[in-house]
Design a binder for this molecule. Structure first.
Ligand code: ADP
Length: 598
């Protein structure tokens, strides 16, 4: 066994940083709580001795007894009060520490590279860290203070017992050793089991969401999947719990045996102390004191050993939290860091290649292009051609495996990613639905800029959603979505318009629209595309689409296929070329015309 002192130190630092005053108050309450019970035991001994003396010789002083009793009750009250106060302080500190730990976790989670989110190991680590991070540092603190308290109690109780008989002190120590060994042994086993079970636990949580979440609820009913998912959930859930239960069962069995050994030790002590009292070596008061000291010593030793093994367990489990907090972002400014000037001329890509972690096929393969300021560029290509990946690379959500992006001739890696991303406004294909008010949904596009109602309305109006929002029960203040009371859900196409309004609300010089009309009806789609130049208002725009028929309005069209650029040019140039664009365009427009005729 080896307690990881580094994690222990780090956890104490975290506790201290989260609230120095409460940490101090906690320590003071620990001192009081270890000292007062001892004082009580000593007073009880005094009371018994004075009373026996008074009863025997009928010559004691009633006043002395009364005073002793009053002091005893006062100390008893303070002991109780300090326990209650200590509990309150600990609770308050634990709330602060928990909030502080969540802050650290969330800060890290929002900064981490997107690539981490592609990896199951990352989710396992995140789920272990978020399970333990909020409360483990607290547990470490409690175990440390518990250790301090029990050490202090033990030192005094042990002194008393050594005074009675050193073997009794030794007995006290010996009978508790098996319990500690067992807790430490099982802490290791439990940790390993839980570590291995993380994926299974996440699976159970996922099936639980499928059964109780809003989004899956429609398909679940329609396809009658309830019982199937219930059985999958039960399988994953029971698998994780069953193994844990088996370990705890084994541990409980040994705990019961060690309890029996302790009872035997109490019996031996009782015999020794009774014998000494009968012989007259001990007074009745001393006998009571020793018995209480033995009991208190048992409690202290159990607490001490519990704290030590608890600390061991804590440092094992907190290791995931520190591992998570130590994850390094790779998307950072490369030195020498460059100041980001206003976007003036062009963005270009030079020989960009990228493949996703765990995917050998290149999603983007040797791409080179240049976009001048103010141009409208369309990127088209079949599904899986690499269009969205290109948008993510350009906005530096991922770094390419090779190749360079330039902004006004400067390698974008030298800019701060946060500053650089302020240049872009993006509607992703899988844009977010925020269960917030309609106005807030739009304002989220630029949360730092002042809350301008006019600008929100203007963006909504350009995106063609203003009329609908105005008709909602509370207009722009209506909460949209289906999670909360008094909220109104929207159709997918309406959500898409809200996402477009959000992107337009952001004053970014470059606008990227990834399949912005996929959920729109033909009329709305036509309406948006015919007003496209008015909508983008002179911004450099990148329009991503798999519909070749939508993109003819662009100044230039880049045709992607299997990660490579196969053609570029204006609509007319590409039509004349009679290549992939021509083929796909003819096919899609013919189908569209057929559909219209039907
Ligand atoms: P498009 O936007 O043109 O439809 P994408 O850029 O989304 O295509 O995807 C390009 C290729 O990368 C596809 O083959 C896709 O399967 C793969 N891909 C996309 N996202 C991931 C991911 N997160 N992990 C692994 N492969 C991915």
């Amino acid at each position: 066994m080896k307690i990881n002192l580094k994690y222990l130190r780090e956890s104490v630092k975290l506790a201290w940083r989260s609230s120095p005053s409460l940490t101090l108050a906690n320590i003071i309450s620990v001192f009081l709580r270890s000292f007062l019970p001892l004082l009580l035991i000593w007073l009880i001994k005094e009371v018994i001795d004075v009373i026996t003396e008074t009863a025997r010789s009928s010559s004691g002083n009633i006043h002395d007894i009364l005073w002793l009793l009053i002091i005893l009750v006062i100390i008893w009250f303070f002991d109780e009060a300090s326990a209650d106060l200590g509990n309150y302080i600990r609770k308050k500190q634990s709330v602060k520490l928990e909030a502080y730990m969540y802050r650290l976790l969330h800060d890290k989670a929002v900064k981490l590279d997107l690539e981490y989110f592609e990896q199951p190991e990352y989710f396992d680590l995140l789920s272990r860290a978020s399970r333990d991070a909020p409360w483990r540092p607290n547990s470490i603190l409690n175990n440390l203070t518990g250790m301090l308290r029990s050490l202090m109690s033990l030192a005094i109780m042990g002194g008393l017992l050594v005074f009675l008989h050193w073997t009794i002190a030794l007995l006290l120590l010996a009978v508790n050793i098996p319990a500690v060994w067992m807790r430490i042994h099982y802490a290791d086993i439990l940790y390993n089991v839980r570590r291995e079970q993380t994926s299974e636990e996440r699976k159970a949580a996922y099936f639980n969401w499928l059964l109780t979440g809003g989004r899956p609820s429609r398909e679940l009913r329609l396809f009658g999947l309830g019982n199937y998912f219930i059985s999958l959930f039960r399988k994953s859930f029971l698998k994780t719990k069953y193994e844990e239960l088996q370990i705890i069962r084994r541990r409980t069995r040994i705990e019961m045996i060690s309890g029996f050994v302790k009872a035997a030790a109490v019996f031996v002590t009782l015999i020794v102390v009774s014998g000494e009292t009968i012989k007259g070596t001990l007074t009745l008061g001393q006998m009571a004191m020793f018995l209480l000291a033995f009991r208190q010593g048992m409690v202290a030793i159990r607490e001490l050993l519990g704290s030590v093994s608890g600390l061991y367990e804590d440092t094992l489990f907190i290791s995931d939290t520190f591992e998570f907090l130590a994850l390094r972002e790779k998307i950072i400014p490369v030195s020498p860091e460059a100041d980001l000037e206003v976007f003036n001329e062009s963005i270009s890509a030079e020989n960009i290649s990228y493949s996703y972690p765990g995917n050998n096929v290149k999603a983007v393969d040797g791409i080179t292009f240049k976009i001048n300021k103010g141009e409208i560029i369309a990127v088209v290509g079949p599904n899986g051609a690499g269009k969205s990946t290109l948008a993510k690379l350009l906005t530096r959500l991922y770094d390419p495996d090779s190749g360079t992006f330039f902004m006004d001739g400067q390698d974008i890696k030298h800019f701060s990613p946060d500053e650089y991303r302020k240049l872009f406004s993006v509607v992703f294909q899988d844009f977010m639905l925020y269960n917030l008010s309609a106005g807030e949904n739009i304002r989220l596009g630029s949360i730092e800029s002042p809350d301008s109602e006019e600008k929100i309305i203007a963006s909504a109006s350009t995106a063609g959603i203003d009329d609908l929002i105005k008709d909602l029960p509370k207009g722009y203040a209506t909460v949209i979505g289906n999670l909360f009371d008094d909220s109104r859900d929207l159709s997918w196409g309406e959500w898409q318009k809200i996402a477009l309004a959000r992107a337009l609300f952001r004053d970014a010089p470059v606008l990227i629209l990834d399949e912005p009309s996929s959920a729109l009806d033909a009329d709305t789609e036509y309406e948006i595309f015919s007003r496209f130049r008015e909508i983008v208002r002179g911004r450099t725009s990148i329009l991503i689409s798999h519909r070749f028929s939508n993109v003819s309005l662009a100044d230039r069209i880049i045709v992607l296929d299997r990660g490579k650029i196969v053609e570029t040019g204006s609509h007319d140039e590409l039509i004349n070329k009679k290549g992939l664009y021509y083929k796909m365009y003819s096919k899609q427009t013919a189908r569209f015309l057929n559909e219209k005729q039907i």
